[in-house]
Design a protein around this ligand. Structure first.
Ligand SMILES: *[C@@H]1O[C@H](CO)[C@@H](O)[C@H](O)[C@H]1NC(C)=O
Ligand SMILES: *[C@@H]1O[C@H](CO)[C@@H](O)[C@H](O)[C@H]1NC(C)=O
Ligand SMILES: *[C@@H]1O[C@H](CO)[C@@H](O)[C@H](O)[C@H]1NC(C)=O
Ligand SMILES: [Fe+2]
Length: 529
């Protein structure tokens, strides 16, 4: 008996010393979380997948998503997860009850050069690599610019032939055109910047910052985006240009204005008549970029400065500049007009860009470090009064039964309600109970204050952005389904989940033949199958 417990004690101490992290329980209820940030080189074409229940008979089209696939090449690794090589996924629903899964890497120049040299090729990235690049490689990286469009996928209409080009995007001007059915990469496009295109020198990225979230132009099949030009010439002002996307290759300027500093803005808003930019005090510093040769180090945050808000009239290009609180954000939710002089803009805000640091690999892979992070977004409503040149900030209160409902990001809406007064925003919440970063819940937030909030959560299941597909017969905003890939950390497999958007109950699931690392954004194309 005594012998036995001594043995137990000794083996416990021995195990604890060998694998402290496993035994103290940090990983015990977060199995498989690291697979979101682990390379998966599988490429798959049209593999049938099977749901536990017959699919809604009206469901037809394809969900196509962009995200991360590979976190190192041979002996060199990315230090920031956002730099991982882009990988696309699609789920086809032909409308006869079947479904097919495809996944492929974006065959960017970055990817191909890396594959040819069996090393991470020097291109501009967000963080750094380990082992570090040489000074010469850093210079080459800076001069080539960003080439890894791993954030979002959408399609641009071409009026001349009535066709769509499916494009992958990140926060810069360059894009890749892909085939949406096979997910093969077709070509890169760096469109001419409309209006006064100034000399940009060799530092390509920083002079042409754009957004991974272009928005549809109200009333047309086109999109709207922006590009900012950082001047490298003393005396020449920085510029922002509001741009209409007329096809994958063609751009047209809607408005152009000068700014003192260029802000990093991951998204913006459009209403029926206006485009709205929240120019947060998170500025590009060319000198810091060149000094550190690192994008993250080259962005300067000012916690004591307000946010400048540019409201651009889409009809005549006139610009009104307003001010609001200091904050950081990644995603606007939606915006709409009230009468002729009031705009409402909803944004998932953060206290500061510090949030981006939780996505550094050493933090993500360390439960103690990642759990310490404040990973909560704060949903805010900005009431813009154009006549009074004034902005009121409103916070939302969560319902008692879902205290984390307002910590929402990776936001989507019923797209039929874009530019309109929508009641529902769908999204994900990290660290829902303020204990573990990996506790990721899917949220439905009722913006109209009628307590129709709901959520879905399962321990060790890791969802991402969910896309709302409206049921075809209905005119009720939340009558439809949400589709999202979820990583099942116990099984170490991903599955495609369908949730009833009314209740947020998971109704259908189909396991995939592989795992899907962190998937950022995507959308459902109802005529693509
Ligand atoms: C459903 O449609 C797909 C695509 O057209 C086809 O490949 C498949 O054979 C069809 N399956 C059934 C059961 O009809
Ligand atoms: C748009 O369509 C026209 C006419 O077919 C074609 O010449 C042009 O190349 C297309 N643009 C793109 C970007 O595919
Ligand atoms: C949805 O989920 C809730 C809570 O888990 C449950 O009470 C309800 O019965 C479910 N509804 C349906 C239709 O399954
Ligand atoms: Fe985004």
């Amino acid at each position: 008996m005594i012998k036995y417990s001594t043995m137990m004690f000794i083996s416990h101490v021995y195990l604890w010393c060998m694998f402290p992290v496993y035994i103290d329980g940090y990983y015990a209820d977060e199995p498989g979380f690291n697979l979101l940030f682990t390379t998966n080189t599988d490429e798959i074409q049209d593999q049938p997948i099977f749901f536990n229940k017959p699919l809604p008979p009206w469901l037809r089209g394809s969900l196509v998503r962009n995200g991360l696939g590979r976190f190192e090449y041979s002996k060199r690794s990315f230090t920031h997860s956002f730099d991982a090589y882009g990988k696309l996924c699609s789920w086809k629903f032909p409308g006869n009850g079947t479904a097919f899964f495809t996944t492929k890497f974006l065959k960017s120049k970055f990817y191909i050069d890396s594959s040819n040299t069996n090393d991470i090729a020097p291109y501009t990235i967000f963080g750094a690599v380990v082992p570090e690049f040489s000074e010469l490689q850093k210079f080459v990286a800076l001069s080539r610019g960003v080439d890894n469009m791993n954030v979002n996928i959408l399609r641009f209409y071409n009026e001349s032939n009535g066709k769509f080009d499916y494009v992958t995007v990140s926060d810069i001007w360059k894009i890749y055109v892909v085939d949406p059915l096979s997910l093969t990469t077709k070509r890169s496009v760096t469109a001419n910047i409309p209006k006064g295109h100034q000399y940009t020198g060799s530092v390509k990225l920083y002079t042409t910052l754009s957004t991974a979230h272009p928005l549809p132009e109200p009333g047309t099949k086109y999109h709207i985006t922006y590009v900012s030009e950082v001047s490298l010439i003393p005396g020449l002002k920085n510029k922002m240009i509001l741009v209409k996307i007329k096809s994958a290759e063609e751009r047209e300027a809607i408005a152009e204005w000068e700014v003192d500093r260029v802000s990093y803005m991951h998204s913006f808003s459009v209403t029926s008549n206006y485009a709205v930019f929240f120019a947060i005090p998170y500025f590009i510093s060319i000198s810091k970029m060149i000094w550190y040769m690192d994008t993250f180090e080259g962005l300067e945050w000012f916690s004591d400065r307000p946010t400048l808000v540019y409201v651009v009239d889409l009809r005549n290009g006139e610009i009104e500049t307003l001010k609001t609180e200091n904050m950081f954000f990644l995603h606007h939710v939606n915006a709409f007009e009230i009468g002729t002089s009031k705009l409402i803009v909803d944004i998932a805000t953060y206290h500061s860009p510090e949030f981006l640091k939780v996505f550094e690999m050493t933090t993500l892979m360390d439960p103690v470090k990642r759990n310490k992070f404040d990973a909560h977004a704060h949903l805010k409503r900005y009431h813009i009064d154009l006549n009074a040149n004034q902005i009121l900030v409103q916070s939302f209160t969560p319902p008692k039964h879902i205290p984390f409902a307002t910590y929402i990001d990776m936001v989507t809406i019923n797209e039929h309600y874009r530019f309109r007064n929508n009641c529902f925003v769908y999204g994900a919440v990290l660290n829902k109970d303020n204990i573990k970063f990996s506790q990721i819940a899917l949220i439905k937030k009722d913006l109209c204050g009628r307590n129709r909030d709901a959520y879905w959560y399962l321990p060790a299941h890791y969802p991402t952005e969910s896309w709302f597909v409206p049921s075809p017969s209905s005119s009720i905003e939340d009558d439809g389904i949400l589709i999202t890939p979820i990583l099942d950390g116990q099984k170490k497999m991903s599955y495609l989940a369908i949730l009833d958007a009314k209740t947020m109950n998971l109704t259908h699931k189909a396991y995939l033949p592989t795992t899907i690392p962190l998937s950022f954004h995507g959308r459902f194309f109802e005529d693509l199958y």
